[in-house]
Design a protein. Structure first.
Length: 707
């Protein structure tokens, strides 16, 4: 029996497919499904393309009006679907494109070898003007992904703007590599982020072998399952489900010899990597009795993660993955063991603090806020239970110094607070984590987890990581931790993983390419944190060096209004334009700092006949496509939308006065300010294409300085 031809589909094909009129989708889907089954079927009409740059390209008939573009190399039984479009547009696309195998990387590349008729050529710079890539040899440019045919074009570039001019002619990996080089990354750093580090001798005619390389897999998929293909065609723009950057692919696959930490700015695909890692573990390591625990900080993120995992995993793989936020996991774990306490969240503990603060020494010139901060930043992370432990405790990072005698004098406040909790059968979350860890000391190996994946790690504290270390035994594939200190928004202390028994030495990576937002939105967001020190979760400091977005668009639009009603009217107008452009309302999210503002926006939009869907703690973003999403800044974490409208960015609201005022410690005041800046950073980076920052009355001080 003859071997079935290998059929691959490019990521560009899915992009082109998504742009087609909806009425064409069924016809194209049917064609692609049949083509994948047998590209040599009699009904498929291959036609040569006159004047094509690449003689291996063929057109295939979808119907009388639409054509697909296929590469059928002369060697091997390989067919690659590259593009789909209206007849004339498809032929124009194919005539100007070349599909080759890069001789240095061995990956398949599609690039524009010929410009459109009438399109101006890139001007040859005067000999006296140096090219920005003059320091790189030809072989280094090719290793970065530049096709040999485009080397003269790249050598003419003298500015960053000049590189942007030729972006559409370059393969994605070439533009990315050149962009990062201009941004200050070293050549060897860029190469080392890609896999493999060295490629054996490349056969530039062997497309079948080239499809197996990680660089090719980031843009081409070989489909062998009809259900998998149907899922891709149903969500053609969700590329994250199928295509991974080589740096992501390397993190996802293979046995890891211990804990792994992955850092990266907003939009760099950390959660995507974590989900694909869970899938790989479920397929290759986990069993029916040894599952993967996938945990995150909030309930709505866990709900969203589970729904997204179902879109990339088979039912069998999903049966080996447990998705739950950590608080809920701990609650269930303790309940099964007849735990005699309930957990006190936030305001639940306020009456106990009031009674404890009655014991504050008269000579202690410390505001009430200081005691809460000291409890959260010093006592809880270090599991302090006695005054002797407190006297020896480290207070690094606290702005107010305390003598040993003062520690003794104020200890009764903390002791009474804990007594009040105990009397009322209450425990704080950190106490519950600590108690669960103690119970696990006696139940080692019985939980049934082969690996734990931690998303949004920056929002988890020391006690959480001490517990996570107990949940899964130390060893291969034990912990996979992704996070970003720039997005810490829940008031957690700086965590040092090494002090929690989690050794990531030699197993730490950083993602730098923002796939979500435009470069203009990214820059504005990063400017909010300029000059702030951000930790790396393990005792060092993180950086935004090399953090770039490769797509461009409009700057975030900042609009200020005299009244709330004017702001609301502007939001209604924006949503009206969105509907006229054919964009579903679900692709827009209106975000505000506090629930009162969210309630007002929902009420106003409802009154205007505009459907809304709130994003709540227990829900997800999935739902009515004809409803605009509305959320607080905390609830929008982990989600993304084409358009984000940040409303009421006013003085006293952002930063929230109740959070930043009355701080007993100057270090705490700076930390509170950083968390409010991070919250705005998180919110604006949910936007993929458009961001609007609205204010009324007196605008936020964060908007006062030039951005």
């Amino acid at each position: 029996m003859a071997e079935k031809p290998k059929v691959a589909i490019s990521s560009d094909f899915f992009t082109a497919f998504a742009r087609l009129p909806k009425v064409q989708h069924a016809k194209v889907s049917k064609f692609v499904t049949n083509f994948e089954k047998n590209p040599n079927a009699k009904g498929i009409n291959y036609e040569k393309i006159a004047n094509a740059t690449d003689k291996n390209m063929r057109s295939v008939r979808i119907d009388q009006t639409y054509r697909g573009i296929v590469l059928n190399p002369g060697e091997g039984d390989v067919y690659i679907l590259l593009w789909v479009d209206h007849h004339d547009a498809a032929y124009d696309w194919a005539m100007r494109r070349q599909c080759d195998i890069n001789p240095a990387t061995g990956s398949i590349q599609v690039y524009e070898a010929k410009t459109r008729a009438g399109e101006p050529a890139v001007a040859q710079p005067p000999a006296s003007v140096p090219g920005v890539f003059d320091a790189l040899k030809d072989k280094e440019l090719v290793r970065l992904g530049v096709p040999e045919a485009l080397l003269p074009l790249v050598k003419q570039v003298t500015t960053e703007g000049g590189l942007d001019q030729i972006e559409n002619r370059l393969p994605v990996e070439a533009y990315e590599g050149l962009y990062l080089y201009l941004a200050g990354s070293r050549y060897d750093e860029i190469i080392n982020e890609r896999e493999p580090l060295s490629v054996p001798e490349v056969d530039t005619d062997d497309f079948e072998k080239a499809l197996d390389r990680s660089e090719s897999r980031s843009r081409f998929v070989v489909v062998e399952d009809e259900l998998e293909l149907a899922a891709m065609l149903n969500a053609p723009l969700d590329r994250w489900r199928v295509f991974l950057h080589p740096s992501q692919y390397r993190l996802v696959r293979g046995t890891k010899n211990g804990p792994v930490r992955v850092l990266g700015g907003a939009g760099t695909g950390k959660t995507v990597v974590a989900m694909h890692r869970a899938k790989w573990l479920a397929e290759n390591v986990a069993t029916d009795t040894k599952k993967v625990l996938f945990t995150t900080f909030t309930r709505n993120l866990a709900t969203d993660l589970e729904e997204n995992l179902r879109s990339i995993c088979t039912p069998e793989q999903m049966s080996r993955i447990e998705v739950v936020n950590l608080d809920r996991w701990v609650t269930r774990f303790l309940r099964k063991r007849k735990y005699d306490y309930s957990i006190a969240f936030g305001k639940d503990a306020e009456p106990f603090w009031q009674r404890a603060l009655d014991l504050k020494p008269a000579n202690a010139n410390l505001p009430d806020a200081f005691f809460r901060e000291e409890w959260q930043r010093v006592i809880q992370p270090q599991s302090i239970e006695t005054v002797d432990q407190y006297k020896r405790a480290s207070r690094i990072g606290r702005g107010i110094a305390l003598s040993r005698s003062m520690k003794v004098a104020i200890w009764p406040v903390f002791e009474e607070y804990r007594n009040q909790l105990t009397i009322h059968k209450k425990k704080e979350v950190d106490d519950a984590y600590r108690d669960a860890a103690c119970l696990l000391e006696h139940e080692r190996g019985v939980l049934g987890y082969v690996s734990v994946i931690v998303d949004e790690a920056q929002d988890m504290g020391t006690q959480a990581f001490l517990l996570l270390r107990k949940i899964v035994p130390e060893g291969a594939n034990d912990l996979f931790i992704v996070g970003d200190g720039h997005q810490r928004i829940y008031g957690r202390n700086r965590v040092v993983l090494g002090r929690c028994g989690i050794n990531i030495r030699g197993r730490s990576s950083r993602l730098t390419i923002n796939y979500r937002t435009t470069e203009e939105i990214r820059r504005w967001a990063v400017s909010l944190l300029e000059g702030c020190s951000i930790d790396d979760l393990d005792g060092g400091w993180d950086t935004t060096a090399g953090y770039k977005a490769l797509t461009h668009g409009d700057q975030p639009e900042l609009r200020h209004f005299e009244t709330w009603e004017q702001q609301a009217g502007f939001i209604v107008d924006l949503l009206g334009k969105s509907s006229q452009d054919g964009s579903p309302l679900s692709h827009t999210c209106a975000v505000a700092r506090i629930r009162r503002e969210v309630d007002a926006i929902v009420s106003f939009l409802d009154g205007e006949g505009i459907r809304t869907q709130r994003i709540e703690a227990n829900g997800s973003d999935h739902g009515n496509p004809e409803a605009v999403r509305v959320a607080t800044m905390h609830r929008v974490k982990g989600l993304e939308f084409d358009r984000v409208i940040l409303a009421s960015i006013n003085d006293g609201v952002v930063p929230l006065q109740a959070v930043t005022s009355d701080r007993g410690d100057p270090v705490e005041a700076r930390q509170a300010d950083l968390e409010e800046r991070s919250l705005l950073y998180v919110s604006v980076t949910r936007a993929k294409k458009e961001a609007y920052v609205l204010s009324y009355g007196t605008k936020s001080p964060y908007l006062q300085s030039p951005s």
